[in-house]
Structure formats: C-alpha cells, structure tokens
Design a protein around this ligand. Structure first.
Ligand code: F6R
Length: 608
C-alpha cells in the first residue's frame, strides 16, 4: 500500500502534490518523491523517511512546473531508501512512473530487459514498469502504457508521465484504488479522496482494469482493451478528517474493510499458476527443511494469536512439533531450542521489544530465524535469516485486524512451501488448499456482509461486563483473537477458552443472559462444541455462533448465528475472525469508546 498523487493545471504542482501526499501518509511513509514537468523537461526529487524530509528538500531546492506526480511509499520490493523511493524513470529519463501495489512477474520482466542490456537503478518492481513503458513509447503515452501493462501481472495502480507530452498523465487501476479529481482547468489523480478534497469535491472513481487519460482540460476512461467508459461524477461531502478514513468513522473499521485487498496483496505473486509457492525473501539452505525437528513461534498479543493458528496448521500439515510461545516468557524460559529448528517471530511492527528479544535468543541458540512482519526494513526483518512480509499496508488503529489476517495467510504460504519441500502434503489436500487460498479475498468480502447482523447482535453485549469466547482447535485460536479484540476496545472483560475447558471452572460465571460467542467451523469437533453450547445454554447464556452459511444445524443450538462462506476447515480462521472483528468494533462503538486509540495501549510496544 502506498499513496499516489498527480496534478496537471495552471498552479505550481509540487506544493499541491506534497499537500496531497501528506493526506495519504496513512498509506505509507518510509520514503517519498515527486516528478515535476516544467513544460520542457522532467525533474525528480526523492527522499527516504517521512514526507517532511522531502518537503524540506524541496523547500531548499524547489521544482518549478505545473504538471507532476508524487508518491509516499510503503515498501514491498526493496528496503526504504532514496534509491527505491518513487517516482522511477527509464534510464533516458523519458518516462516517469509512480505505482502502488505489486507487479507479480517483475523478476521475469526485469531479467528479459536486463538480457537486452537494461540497467536498473533500484530494486523495485516499479522501475521495471518505467523501462517497459519507455520501451513501448512511440509518441503516445496511453498506447505505450497499454502495451506495457499487457505484459505485467499483479494488483496495482500506476500513474505515468512522458517528457515529450507535457500536461498529460496516464493511469491504470488493477485492484489498487485510484480516483480522479475534476477542477477548473486543472485535474488531479490520487489513491484516495482526502488527497484532493481541498481542491475539488467532484470525483470520478476508476474501476479495476481501466485506464485513464488526463490533461488539464479533461479526463477520459477506457478499458485496457480500448473500449470507452462512461462514468458519472460523484460529489463528495465528507469533512477532511472523515475523508482520511475513507469515509469510515474509524481507522479500525476502514482496516477491517481493507482485508480483501490486503489478502490479495499478501498472496500476490506467491501462489503461482503452476502451483508453486514463491516466497521472495525466504531462502532455506539445502537440506534444512528436510531435517527440521521443531518450529517455534514467538510473538505477543494478536500476533501470537496468529501464531496459535500457525501451530495448528504446521502440526496438521507438516507433522512437525510446533510451539507458539509468548515472546516475553520465551526470552526468560531457558527454552529447549535445539536440533534443527526454525523460529518464526511474528510482529506487525517488527519492533516489539519482547519479540525482538525472543528472536535474538533463538538465534543465539542456533535456530534459523524467520520474520513474519508487516513493516519492510523493521528491526525484526533486519535480524532475520528469512522474511515473509504480510503486505497489509500501514495499520493505524491500535487494535490489529488486517495485519492479523495477513499473518494467517503468511503462515499458510509457509506451511505449503515447507510441506512441499518435505513431500508430506497429499496432492489432493495441497490442491484444495491452493484453491481455497485463492478464493479467500472474495470470501472475505462475503464475510464482511455480516455487518448488519453483527450490529443487531452487538446490542446483547453493550450492557454486560463479562463475556466468553469458546471453540476447539483452530476455532479456539480464533476465539482468543475475537476475545482480545472485544476487551481491548469495548473494555468489557472477556475470556477465551477451549470449549471443553468451561466445565472445569469458568461455567460458574455463566448466568442468565451472559453472552457466549462460539466459533463453530471445525467439522471433526462440531458435536463436541455443541455439547459446550448446551452446557452454557442450560445456565441461561445467550449464545452467538460463528458458523458456515450452509450449516443448517447451528440455530438448533445457538440463539444467533453470524454466517461465513464455506471454505476448507484449515482455512476457516481467515473468515471466522471477520465477524468477530466487526462485533468488537460495533460493541465498542455502541459504548462510545475511542476505538482507534483505546486507553492505556500503544500501537507498538518497544519497551519490555
Ligand atoms: C492487539 C494488538 C497487540 C499487538 C502486540 C504485538 O490488537 O495489536 O496485541 O498484536 O502488541 O505487536 P506487533 O505485532 O507489532 O509485534
């Protein structure tokens, strides 16, 4: 996830672009840059770090010109640096490009260009696009971009300018968002509405698979196949703060709804058409996977809850003993990390002090260290032998949602990779999982449609001070995360436990009306979990189940059901967590809490 912004008109472009990027910084902020066309030539300025650094550089060395594009980056290919910051040009400086998202086949394209003698100044996939467009350019930017993107695969949005065509911007949307802003003799392009709302409220939303041709006088949309598209203009009446949240009342809700796209990006380029799994920064030495004795997972909070899912998945698919441990316990536990081990340290920020300490300990004990993290260039990623980036994009709300969901996807990819190398996953299961993983972005969209039912169910929680989440196996792992979400933003005391554990003590706390959330997806454990529902129902509990849409039994036992699409049971956590995130959100909203910044908490816990 990155922010892109373009302007063509009569005003100086650089200050308008910087102002727009400032409002898109929530999409990424590890480096930024602008390219300005002054009518005769293109000039590019970029800087590692937050946008303020770029603004300071531009203050000292202003770029004049009334056409330009800019970018604030969230690194996916190549560490944050001046070199990797956008915009990128071809070697001749004829074409300049900013881009958000991932070009899946960039390595293949890069190698083909390199074989023809092309030299690259950065490690990014974006630079490959600049080369490709320049290669195709014969005086018409729109046609050159069309031919170039015909060769690229992935989920992205891009904006390009040509030195020879001042005042023209061409853009493409393939999944990553893009909007056009219509001014008076000036036009804007941006990843999101807030970037342009101070200049115009007349917006045109670009759809997937569409190209945009823009000059100061107007805009034109056509499909990649060249068919003209008619599109109405929208008038946006959000205020500025609301606009930064994309019209959502809170970042948490926005991030919950970004999950289909985040999942697309996590999987992008990693599950290849020939069925292979390509994890670009995971390079196990020869023989390592075959000899692996044990997997350790070290993490805290939500990241550890993702780790509990990982433990179940690794043990089921790989038959390798796996322990998911609190990083803060592991670091002082004198753990038996011995033999050939892989430690998977999971952290959204990659900066959690306890997780870094546990990872450091594992390395000292000769474990191989794999970082499953969202932040490119984070301390954890720098210390790890292998890295699996979740690519969820910046997560602003303290309560983690899309980072968790993409951590789960990272674990499935890792399990498939290791399982194949060890030859332990039966082909039919492997195929079912690959099919299931590919279906998840669409199914997450479906799961988000539970919101209406969730709002109704949330009313049952608002007046309570104790709630319980139960499940078995993978459902228990999800129950833990649902419970954490609930307590951290609603401030309702919430406990999660395996469904079979209730009768060993906690059942004493269940009285008339006590809300109990049951995650009920695992076929093998279904009847056992139903017994636990009956135990709490007999004590007056109000039971809300998360179940598959085609489960015709569930309402014989539970009071309410939140439905998710059917998927392979091993993949169900990716869907069953969605209504639970929404439930926590709507209960907290009904209780009037500061959802994005709950009391006493911080997004990144960099102290012990
Ligand atoms: C809860 C939450 C925290 C974090 C934990 C670890 O919603 O976000 O529990 O998961 O503090 O943070 P990271 O993943 O950055 O190591």
């Amino acid at each position: 996830m990155c922010g892109i912004m373009g302007y063509v008109g009569r005003q100086e472009a650089a200050p308008i672009i910087i102002d727009g990027l400032r409002r898109l910084e929530y999409r990424g902020y590890d480096s930024a840059g602008v390219a300005i066309h002054d009518g005769t030539g293109l000039a590019v300025t970029k800087a590692e770090g937050k946008l303020a650094r770029l603004a300071a550089v531009l203050e000292e060395h202003p770029l004049a010109g009334t056409f330009g594009i800019g970018h604030t980056r969230w690194a996916t290919h190549g560490v944050p640096s001046d070199r990797n910051a956008h915009p990128h040009t071809d070697p001749g400086g004829e074409i300049v490009v900013v881009h958000n998202g991932i070009i899946e086949n960039f390595l293949v394209l890069k190698e083909a260009l390199a074989a023809e003698g092309a030299e690259f100044a950065s490690e990014t996939d974006t630079e490959v696009l600049a080369h490709l467009i320049a290669h195709e350019y014969d005086g018409d930017l729109l046609e050159a971009v069309r031919r170039a993107v015909g060769k690229a695969q992935g989920a992205y949005a891009l904006v390009a300018m040509a030195k020879a065509e001042p005042g023209r911007m061409v853009a493409v949307r393939m999944i990553s968002p893009l909007v056009i802003g219509i001014g008076d003799g000036e036009m804007f392009l941006a990843s999101d509405v807030p970037a342009i709302l101070h200049h115009t409220r007349d917006i045109v939303v670009v759809d997937n698979g569409e190209m945009v041709d823009i000059t100061p006088q107007g805009w034109r949309i056509e499909t990649l196949a060249g068919v003209a598209v008619e599109r109405d203009t929208l008038e946006i009446n959000w205020d500025a703060a609301q606009a930064e949240r994309g019209g959502y009342p809170h970042f948490m809700l926005k991030e919950i709804f970004e999950q289909p796209q985040a999942a697309t990006e996590t999987l992008s380029g990693r599950l290849l058409d020939d069925g292979s799994v390509e994890l670009e920064d995971v390079h196990f030495p020869d023989g390592f996977v075959e000899a692996l004795d044990k997997i350790w997972i070290a993490a805290c909070g939500t990241a550890l809850h993702a780790g509990h899912v990982g433990k179940e998945v690794f043990e089921h698919l790989l038959r390798i003993p796996t322990e998911a441990a609190f990083a803060h316990e592991l670091r002082y536990r004198n753990p038996l990390i011995q033999g050939v081990t892989l430690t998977v340290a999971i952290s959204q920020s990659g900066e959690t002090a306890d997780t870094l300490a546990a990872a450091g300990l594992a390395k000292r004990l000769d474990s191989r260290l794999l970082a499953l993290t969202n932040v490119v260039g984070s301390t954890l990623s720098r210390e790890a032998d292998d890295i699996l980036y979740t690519r969820a994009g910046p997560e602003i709300a303290v309560a983690s949602t899309k980072a968790y969901l993409t951590m789960l996807l990272g674990e499935y990819l890792l399990a498939l990779k290791i399982g194949r190398d060890r030859g332990v996953i039966p082909p039919a299961l492997d195929e079912a999982l690959v099919r299931g993983l590919r279906s998840l972005p669409t199914k997450i969209e479906e799961a988000l449609k539970t919101e209406e039912e969730v709002v109704a169910v949330a009313g049952h929680f608002v007046g309570h001070e104790d709630v319980y989440f139960i499940g078995r196996g993978l459902d228990h792992a999800v129950a833990m995360e649902g419970s954490l979400k609930m307590k951290e933003i609603s401030y309702i005391h919430s406990e999660a436990m395996p469904a079979g554990e209730l009768k060993h003590g906690t059942l004493a706390l269940v009285t008339e009306g006590t809300p109990v959330v049951v995650v009920l997806t695992q076929r093998d454990l279904y009847d056992k979990t139903v017994s636990a529902i009956q135990e709490v129902k007999a004590r007056g509990a109000f039971v809300i189940a998360v179940a598959y849409e085609d489960d015709t039994e569930v309402l014989k036992h539970a009071d309410e059901a939140l439905r998710i699409p059917r998927v392979h049971d091993l993949l169900s956590p990716v869907l069953s967590i969605v209504p639970l995130q929404l439930l926590a959100y709507h209960v907290a909203a009904a209780r009037g809490h500061d959802i994005d910044q709950p009391r006493n908490l911080a997004k990144s816990v960099t102290v012990e």
